[in-house]
Write a new protein. Structure first.
Length: 321
């Protein structure tokens, strides 16, 4: 009754109109031992960090409200997994696994854009990037920038168009032969091959109507996802073993659909673009005769070719910044 009275007085004095609150609560899971915590902050949650421990449970996590990070709840040992939310993006689901006798073993934060941050059962170690692969990525990017510059000169492009290029560094051992996908236009389909109960054998992308070569091996039946018009890949997540192969790949689209292949074994990784308008443009890494040993992601925008410029392929171009 006191609460109702206070609320009524507030409405009378402030002239406030009724606003629905839509509050709900998901009850706690887990053993519940130790010190209590409760996150708080002003405004919307804009970022998440999670720490995990070797082959076991969730060590700790941290939220960002606006531009201010909360304290770390739990421990922040080892390298964190981090996801920055875009404007108007919000967390709408938390899933995972737990042991009633001790810890939370898996956390998956899902947003209203269908993106997610997944952490579980792994030891975070700095990814080993082979120097020759690093050189390859550098020079390939320089070539793309050169091509884009030549295009602007020949097409007479005058107005500035944002490029929104970003790069997710490679994870995995990185042994074997290097690869880098390429094609004109938007990625329109994906195929992945996996080995029974183990790692990723190979994958293939389709740009427009043209398939790339198979990177790795195409043994056994493939898993395939065809993208709809205006659908794009906006996240790659998965698992890898620093000593050998990529064990799981999850390609997530801007519609919230995903293609998942492989086994949830090893160390987690989550690749996202830095800009909300970017999408997956190409993938690079290494593979040997058995499977994919490393993977990196390159993000950018796809633009229609300017009027009056002769078109090739499906008439789109890649912009890099």
């Amino acid at each position: 009754m006191i609460y109702i009275l206070i609320f009524s007085l507030y409405c009378l004095t402030a002239g406030a109109q009724y606003l629905p609150q839509y509050y709900s609560f998901s009850p706690a899971v887990g053993s519940g031992s130790g010190t209590s915590y409760s996150s708080s902050g002003e405004g919307r949650i804009t970022a998440i960090r999670v720490w995990e421990i070797n082959g076991a449970y969730i060590r700790g996590f941290q939220l960002r409200y606006g531009y201010a990070w909360t304290p770390v709840y739990g421990r922040n040992i080892n390298e964190e997994l981090e996801m920055l939310l875009f404007e108007d993006e919000a967390i709408v689901q938390i899933s995972g696994t737990y042991n009633p006798g001790n810890f939370i073993y898996q956390l998956i934060f899902v947003t209203n854009r269908g993106r997610f941050l997944m952490a579980d059962l792994v030891l975070r170690i700095s990814a080993l990037l082979n120097w020759s692969l690093e050189e390859l990525l550098f020079y390939s990017r320089m070539i793309y920038i050169l091509i884009f510059s030549l295009y602007c000169l020949t097409a007479g492009a005058q107005s500035y168009v944002p490029q929104y290029y970003s790069f997710s560094p490679a994870v995995g051992r990185g042994s074997g032969t290097s690869y880098s996908s390429s094609g004109e236009g938007r990625i329109t389909a994906i195929r992945v091959w996996e080995i029974n109960g183990a790692y990723i054998r190979g994958f293939q992308l389709r740009y427009g109507y043209a398939w790339t070569p198979v990177y790795g091996r195409n043994i056994n039946e493939e898993l395939e996802m065809l993208l709809f018009e205006d659908e794009a890949i906006v996240q790659i997540s998965g698992k890898y073993n620093p000593g050998n192969f990529i064990y799981q790949l999850i390609f997530v689209t801007n519609r919230g659909r995903f293609l998942m292949a492989g086994q949830p074994t090893g160390q987690s990784f989550n690749f996202y673009p830095r800009h909300s308008q970017s999408e997956l443009r190409f993938i690079s890494g290494r593979n040997d005769s058995s499977g994919i040993t490393s993977i990196a992601a390159h993000w950018g925008m796809v633009y229609p070719v300017a009027p009056g410029v002769p078109m090739s392929g499906n008439g789109t171009m890649l912009g890099l910044h």
